[in-house]
Design a protein around this ligand. Structure first.
Ligand SMILES: [Zn+2]
Length: 73
């Protein structure tokens, strides 16, 4: 058992990743959180099929109108 220096959780050794043969002082979850905060997410890949599906879904009942819908009176 070992205490993480970041989240002070008591965890077994296997939760602390090895880097250059040495156990890190911070647990894997804390290291991942730090990495995610540091590195921005990559840009999303635009899929033409998904765009077509989204457009079909969003415009299924026609384009959005400023005037209120008067079908259900
Ligand atoms: Zn931690």
């Amino acid at each position: 058992m070992k205490t993480c220096t970041s989240c002070i959780a008591r965890l077994p050794e296997r939760f602390f990743p090895m880097v250059n043969g040495r156990r890190q002082a911070r647990c894997g979850a804390c290291l991942n959180t730090a990495r995610r905060l540091r590195d921005p997410l990559p840009a999303l890949q635009c899929s033409p099929l998904q765009v077509r599906l989204n457009n079909t879904f969003n415009l299924w009942h026609g384009p959005v109108s400023r005037a209120p819908l008067r079908i259900a009176a």
